[in-house]
Design a protein around this ligand. Structure first.
Ligand code: SF4
Ligand SMILES: [Zn+2]
Length: 377
């Protein structure tokens, strides 16, 4: 099992809530680690159809829409064509399990101060050159030792750890859709919320079905140009924007994270255009987190994002009308707090992963009564 950081976050390793991870680590030994070919991990995939003479499949789960010949896998590396039938290879096969503060995801307007039981499998449908979790996101399932942890066990662990939600995170949950969906459904029946931490690169039909089992979503909007998505991530922008539109229409709670990478997506023009699109299309209530880049994986030649750049993004967002912009990956910064957009009162104080609700009662500002958008429980 791996200790992982949030997809857009490089400084989360010392969350202080890692006791659950240590329990698993101590259980790990050669006996209970399972081989990559264990049939228990293989399950029928959803969202595909037969093409060609019947032995090829077309996956409809994400916008890549891979056409996969017999005996091979799609781009994500975790879905395989076996004799003309499409299979997921990562069902019940987490490579990382941790108890995290919900703020680590980050979700700031979602049950603040609570814990999220967080899981990931190997694999991802894009390849960000700055991925903080590339050891698992870019790995094949058979490359990493895993335990067999079916959905009912995840629910049990989440309840045991007093988590209020299950988070599907670290790698891209789209690619372990079946495992995530069944776990979220089971969790819901036991009173647990589910949240996804996603790149938003998912097709509309699976997204809509999944949202019926979820309470919250965090989307990484990695930039506002097709060039960045193509050259730095191997994805594309338009499907992600469409995902955000669908989330808005559904009415589920969602937040946006933008990792600001020096020279690649940090221009004032790009930030302003992104904020204008958000305000026009999604409205002014969606929290937008501008997060600090740290050199990693394939981008080692760029410096950490200057805090002043993030502050400038925050100022632009405010100017464009976004009510809840935040800074991310910046320890103990005032702009991680939540303030009332009407009277300015401090509503939620955050220092690292310390969270204190100070001026918010039943989703409203205690001072002026302004309703604050969010999933407050
Ligand atoms: S989920 Fe995987 S196999 Fe399916 S279209 Fe996306 S990358 Fe291809
Ligand atoms: Zn107020």
């Amino acid at each position: 099992m791996q200790r992982s950081v949030c997809a857009a976050c490089g400084i989360c390793l010392a969350s202080g809530l890692g006791g659950f991870q240590r329990v698993f680590a101590s259980q790990e030994n050669k006996k209970n680690l399972l081989s990559g070919t264990d049939a228990r991990f293989v399950k029928d995939a959803r969202f595909w159809e037969s093409v060609g003479k019947g032995d090829m499949v077309k996956c409809r789960l994400c916008p890549h829409e891979c056409t996969v010949p017999k005996g091979t896998r799609g781009i994500c590396g975790v879905r395989e064509n076996r004799e003309g039938k499409y299979k997921t290879l990562v069902y019940s096969r987490p490579v990382s399990m941790n108890v995290d503060p919900i703020e680590k995801k980050p979700l700031f307007h979602f049950l603040p101060g609570t814990k999220a039981f967080s899981i990931a499998t190997a694999g991802c449908n894009i390849e960000c050159k700055f991925c903080q979790n590339w050891q698992i996101s870019q790995a094949k399932p058979e490359d990493i030792d895993s335990q067999y942890v079916p959905p009912e066990k995840i629910v049990e662990h989440a309840l045991d750890s007093k988590s209020q939600s299950i988070a599907y995170t670290y790698s891209e949950p789209t690619i372990f859709y079946e495992y995530m969906y069944d776990t979220a459904k089971m969790g819901k029946e036991k009173g647990l919320h589910s949240v996804i931490i996603s790149n938003g690169f998912m097709n509309e039909k699976p997204l809509r079905e999944l949202c019926a089992q979820l309470s919250g979503v965090k989307i990484d909007l990695k930039a506002f140009t097709e060039k960045f998505y193509k050259e730095t991530c191997g994805g594309s922008l338009q499907p992600v924007l469409h995902t955000l539109e669908v989330l808005k229409e559904i009415g589920i709670w969602y937040e946006i994270v933008v990792l600001i990478v020096p020279t690649l997506n940090d221009s004032e023009k790009e930030t302003r255009e992104m904020c204008q699109w958000i305000v026009k299309t999604l409205g002014t209530d969606v929290p937008v987190h501008f997060s600090r880049f740290h050199p990693t994986y394939k981008i080692l030649n760029l410096p950490r994002t200057p805090v002043a750049t993030l502050e400038r993004c925050h100022a632009i967002a405010k100017e464009e009308g976004i009510k809840f912009p935040y800074l991310g990956n910046v320890w103990n910064h005032k702009l991680e707090n939540t303030f009332c957009p009407k009277c300015g009162k401090l509503l939620i104080r955050r220092q690292g992963y310390y969270t204190k609700i100070e001026g918010l009662k039943q989703g409203k500002c205690e001072k002026c009564g302004e309703a604050i958008p969010g999933f407050w429980g």
